[in-house]
Design a protein around this ligand. Sequence first.
Ligand code: PMP
Ligand code: GLN
Length: 402
Amino acid sequence: MKPTNHYFSGLGTTIFTVMSALARRHGAINLAQGFPDDNGPDEVRAVAARALQEGPNQYPPGRGIPELCEAVAAHDQRFYGFDFSPDNVLVTAGATEALAASMMALVNPGDEAVIFEPAYDSYRPILEGMGVTVRAVQLAPPAWSFTEQDLTKAFSPRTKLVVLNSPMNPIGKVFSRDELELIASFVERHDCFAVCDEVYEHIVFDGRAHIPLMTLPAMAERTVRIGSAGKTFSLTGWKVGYISGPAALVEAINKVHQFLVFTVPPNLQKGVAHGLRFDDSYFHSLAHDMQAKRDRLSANLTKAGFRVLPSEGTYFLTADYSALAPGEPSDAFCMRITRDAGVAAIPLAPFYGTPPEDPLVRFCFCKDNAVLDDGAKRLERYFSGVSAPSAPAPSREAHNNA
Ligand code: PMP
Ligand code: GLN
């Protein structure tokens, strides 16, 4: 038999799968993978459950059910002022499919794509698997800044695409208007497309605004935005995402989507359509509640001896562990605390093509307060020399088998 030697077969298992499996094996609290303990809004689940019982349960339109396409267009009008219709919207199997389909539609083998690192783990494999050269701008901690010179080095006449994730996983960075203007000037000058991963658009803290790149001058015609019901409604298992942007680009992406997944479950789409029409107060409380969790975990980790870096949005914060484990690589540190302290975190190294040696790990705070407190207490006890309890963690992990 011929060997399975395709690019993807040479890749390892995603760090989220690895750390969640390790957490389960050791009965550790999972502050690694980003999934809320919360079960999502009752009303959204009720609408989806009713639609499942009453039907229809056959293939819905490939672009998405009309209610959801209209709801995404209305959401984008309400929050960002875009004048969109359902022709500007495509419903996808989560943001993951939206990203892959966009990349496949907008770049060709031999093109170059610019990403910002530490980058969400799916960008590089999809691009490289397609034969695209990835040029990474490495953001500099603790402010995760970059310069015009960094962009000059990354962009070339072959650049066809920029992938921009704001608010940014894993570091919780929210790109400022000045930063976006600088990026936009390169996107325009190099005549490329921008795929904007904005799944955490409603999880932004301290009164900051999430600014879609698409709102900047000259960006609207070359940018698509990606959202996810997973994040906006704390329903990560549903895998309902949506793309919005210029009709021609969305239709080009639909050409890929029709052969990748064709359609997305209709009842889940109904639930999400209902949620997207919630009052502003729902979206404000999502950010407000998550900000309180960020503050709670930050304070507790600081007490345990970590130096917590600012988190401006997302489910995540990063922490410097150098005072606790000088010189230890971040993957070894995460394995050790999962096994010995009973708390799982994610190393930053897998989010890079060529990882720097920064002593940084990512903790997830979209968990019950009791879980956050217990996790930090375990770390504090472990690092002060007392061993962690071996009792299983209360985190709701039973169905998390990613
Ligand atoms: N992009 C980022 C930055 C994410 O954090 C996630 C969450 N897993 C995704 C994309 C994928 O989202 P989904 O679960 O909707 O596929
Ligand atoms: N986005 C989630 C995280 O960053 C995980 C998604 C996944 O497991 N693929 O933790």
